[in-house]
Structure formats: structure tokens, C-alpha cells
Design a binder for this molecule. Structure first.
Ligand SMILES: Nc1ncnc2c1ncn2[C@@H]1O[C@H](COP(=O)(O)OP(=O)(O)OP(=O)(O)O)[C@@H](O)[C@H]1O
Length: 232
């Protein structure tokens, strides 16, 4: 089942002749694990923001064949302010609120979902701590637990492990892989971490404003060995 169709999309921030993303087309199907790779400034984050609606798509069209609540987005860890006035439990629980069914209270079912998500992502022990007091990796896990509460079909991730140590990073990618395999959540992730891309991605899309390559990791390796690689 197709979740997302990106059709000849171009995105410019200011000057309409200076595109950060240019004429990009591809689609994402249920259960795929796709890594968007490319050098700094190649348009990966911009494309993800275009998909989420955070930036305006200048030309072309993005069709989402899923409800807005079925898409979750997690960006780079910029560190939540220490004084952010919510505990891990409150942040995770807020993920159960759906835009189409807003309620002024949480049900017993919502609380159970939040507890399960905290357990799954290993943040139960921090549940009463302010999220801003956690380490970067713990915060990212809590935010992923929050995203998971929505039962998303598609998870968009923008370098979610930037700045995290290698052990935490590996753990985080293992969680993502499990989500993809066990829960069949499709993943579209911008990444510079080629080890993770090699280990987990079923498909890689190489960007340089436009799509330079779209295929399996094996096909990508072959292209590189033939000398056709793009610097990432
Ligand atoms: N808010 C903005 N206003 C103007 N230009 C922007 C803005 N954000 C990004 N750009 C420009 O758009 C282009 C694409 O940037 P983008 O952040 O999408 O690349 P990226 O592939 O995600 O890079 P990185 O790997 O460094 O995160 C770059 O030239 C960048 O300078």
C-alpha cells in the first residue's frame, strides 16, 4: 500500500529560482525502510519538512495516502530546554491525543498506551523526571515513545542520532529496526550514518537537490564500485 507520493516536488526558501529541492519524485510504501542520504545542504531536511508541511512546496505535489495522525516526525536532537515544564510521562501521554478526536482528558486506554510505549522505548525509569533534564539519547527515546503512541504508519526522521554517542545511537537504530520489522511502521530517514544505512535500510535515495539514485543498498554499492557514487 502506498503511503506517500512525491510528485515533481521543488522547494525554494526565498528566491524561486534557487531551489533547495528540485524536481523530486518517488513514493513510499507501507513497511519500507528508506534512508535519504546526500552531502550537507543537499535538501534532505527540506524535503522532510515539505512532507510534514513545515515548509511550503513551491512546485509539484505531495500526496499523503494516510491520515495526518498516522505520520510522525522526529527531528535532530537540539536539546529540550531544561525548564520545559513537563515530565516524560506527560510528554509521552500527549502523543495519544489525536487531531481528529481531541478530548479534554486522557482515558484509561491512553494511559495504558503511554505506559506501554515508555516500556518499549526504555524510558519508564525516567517517567517522573522533567524531559529537559534527560540526556540527548534519553530525550530522543522519550520523543519516539510519544510518536509511537499515535500508532503511526509512517515515521519521518531527520538525523535523529546527530550528536548522540555510538552506544546510544546503536540502541536507537535497533529500536527503529524493530519498529519497522515488528510493527510494520515505514521509515523515511535522513542520515549521514552510513553504517546504519548499510545495516538497516532496504532502500536508499541519494539526494543532491534532485534524486541522484533510488534503489537497494546492493545496487548503491554496485554504483559506487563502478565509480558512479555521489559524495555523501
Ligand atoms: N530556513 C532556510 N532558509 C533559507 N535557506 C535554507 C533554510 N534551510 C535550509 N536552507 C538551504 O537549503 C539547502 C538545503 O538544506 P537542507 O537543510 O535541506 O540540507 P540537508 O541535506 O538536510 O543538509 P544537512 O545534511 O547538512 O542537514 C541549503 O542550501 C540550505 O542552506
Amino acid at each position: 500500500m502506498e503511503l506517500l507520493t512525491i510528485d515533481h516536488v521543488s522547494i525554494a526558501y526565498e528566491n524561486e529560482r534557487n531551489f533547495a529541492v528540485e524536481n523530486v519524485s518517488f513514493s513510499v510504501s507501507g513497511g519500507e525502510y528508506i534512508c535519504l542520504i546526500g552531502s550537507n545542504g543537499s535538501g534532505k531536511s527540506t524535503l522532510l519538512k515539505g512532507i510534514t508541511g513545515l515548509v511550503h512546496v513551491t512546485r509539484g505535489n505531495i500526496e499523503r495516502h494516510v491520515k495526518p495522525d498516522e505520520v510522525a516526525y522526529l527531528s535532530q536532537n537540539h536539546g529540550i530546554g531544561q525548564n520545559f515544564p513537563a515530565t516524560v510521562y506527560e510528554v509521552v501521554l500527549s502523543g495519544t491525543q489525536r487531531r481528529d478526536k481531541w478530548r479534554p482528558f486522557y482515558t484509561r486506554e491512553d494511559k495504558k498506551t503511554a505506559r506501554q510505549a515508555m516500556e518499549l522505548f526504555g524510558v519508564t525509569e525516567f517517567k517522573n523526571r522533567r524531559i529537559g533534564n534527560l540526556s540527548g539519547g534519553q530525550q530522543q527515546r522519550a520523543l519516539l515513545a510519544r510518536a509511537f503512541c499515535r500508532r503511526p504508519k509512517l515515521l519521518l526522521l531527520d538525523e535523529p542520532c546527530a550528536g548522540l554517542d555510538p552506544v546510544i545511537t546503536k540502541e536507537f537504530y535497533e529500536i527503529l529496526y524493530r519498529l519497522n520489522k515488528d510493527e510494520k511502521i515505514a521509515i523515511l530517514m535522513a542520515s549521514h550514518d552510513m553504517e546504519q544505512v548499510e545495516n538497516y535500510a532496504g532502500r536508499v535515495i541519494v539526494m543532491d537537490q534532485t534524486v541522484e539514485f533510488d534503489g537497494t543498498i546492493q545496487q548503491w554499492r554496485e554504483k559506487i564500485s563502478e565509480g558512479g557514487g555521489v559524495h555523501v
